[in-house]
Ligand binder design. Structure first.
Ligand SMILES: O=C(O)c1ccc[n+]([C@@H]2O[C@H](COP(=O)([O-])O)[C@@H](O)[C@H]2O)c1
Ligand SMILES: Cc1cc2nc[nH]c2cc1C
Length: 334
């Protein structure tokens, strides 16, 4: 199928390769769906939210309460992700994987709470193996349900004060890179706060040692929302869905999932380069190029939502553009 797709792309009325990254996307999407005429159906983004014990150690510029407050904002349709999903007709769902708050039922809220926040990994592992398994099973069900409803392209966002610290530790361990190469300012720490974050994360490294085992690393550092994203990506792959990968935290979850199933890379679309400083290095480590680079560092799945119309353009040109033959346009001079 790959060769036939490449031929179809090359016969479109354009100089060879002139649609750049859109051509690579069209090739990838057609290959995943094993067709010359792929379609994107019922696009969805799930924002997984969870609290982090490490937030108590002064590693974020914002207090932990912002996690639940932002979940309420998502449910009231006031956040950036709501706006972009509405703009592009993407179905948006919010999953409470471990927020320190009791939410009232809401049609867009998925109840997947493991605990009211992870434990502080400065002192002890963020979660136990049962809690991690709970994350992986619940997220699998969430994705399976969306797939059963006709969704074939899905993005995963996250919300969790302190989660750039967890993602930093995941990246540092699984890539075998020093903390300094992975850490960033998250929600915009000043120089002093940033130095404190680095010192805390180094203490955590001393406490837990290093590991390249994705399951052990997720258990040690969390969070519930990150582990949910890992499980959700694995389930999306099993359903042969296209997987939109968002920013730093979502890519750390992807890294863990990739180590569990390397075939995941066939279905993954890297939506944007986050301004969180470790993200560039992480994408480089993975050997992938994102669609967008807009200096965004919000999370919530906003990179996926903003990149989605570009993914649609890739599918549209493949399906709708004329070939040289159909349009009566001459090919290259020989
Ligand atoms: O997606 C990203 O690349 C990204 C980069 C920096 C921060 N964030 C968001 O900011 C929060 C984590 O930042 P922090 O400083 O609390 O660790 C969390 O809710 C993320 O969604 C997200
Ligand atoms: C306000 C705010 C919104 C967010 N959305 C994702 N992470 C966030 C962090 C903060 C602080």
């Amino acid at each position: 199928m790959k060769e036939e797709l490449q031929q179809k792309i090359d016969l479109k009325t354009k100089p060879q390769g002139a649609l750049g990254k859109l051509e690579q996307l069209a090739l990838q999407i057609g290959t995943v769906q094993n067709t010359l005429s792929p379609v994107l159906t019922k696009p969805a983004i799930v924002v997984f939210a969870g609290d982090h014990g490490i937030a108590k150690s002064g590693v974020s510029a914002y207090p932990q309460e912002v996690t639940y407050q932002m979940v309420l904002n998502f449910l009231n349709e006031g956040a950036a992700i709501n706006v972009f999903c509405k703009q592009h007709q993407i179905n948006l769902l919010i999953a409470d994987t471990g927020v320190n708050f009791s939410f009232k039922p809401h049609e867009k809220l998925i109840r997947a709470k493991v605990e009211k926040g992870t434990r502080n990994f400065l002192e002890e592992p963020a979660m136990n193996i049962h809690e991690l398994e709970n994350c992986l099973t619940q997220s699998e069900k969430i994705v399976n349900d969306l797939h059963a409803g006709g969704c074939n392209i899905i993005g995963f966002g996250e919300m969790g004060i302190g989660n750039t610290s967890a993602a930093t530790m995941i990246m540092s361990n699984l890539c075998g890179l020093p903390i300094e190469s992975c850490v960033g300012r998250g929600t915009a720490l000043n120089d002093e706060q940033f130095a404190h974050k680095i010192s805390i994360l180094k203490q955590c490294e001393l406490r837990h040692g290093r590991s390249k085992d994705p399951v052990a690393v997720l258990q040690t550092y969390g969070g519930f929302e990150i582990a949910h994203i890992t499980g959700a990506m694995l389930a999306a792959y099993e359903n042969n869905m296209l997987i939109m990968v968002d920013g730093f935290i979502a890519t750390a979850a992807y890294l863990a999932a990739l180590m569990i199933n390397p075939l995941l890379q066939n279905n993954a679309i890297f939506c944007h380069l986050s301004d969180e400083s470790g993200h560039r290095q992480l994408l480089k480590y993975l050997g992938v190029e994102p669609i967008l680079s807009l200096n965004m560092r919000l999370g919530e799945g906003t990179g996926c939502a903003v990149a989605y119309p570009i993914i649609q353009s890739a599918v549209a040109f493949l399906n709708e553009m004329a070939s040289f033959e159909n349009a009566g346009v001459s090919t290259k001079a020989s």
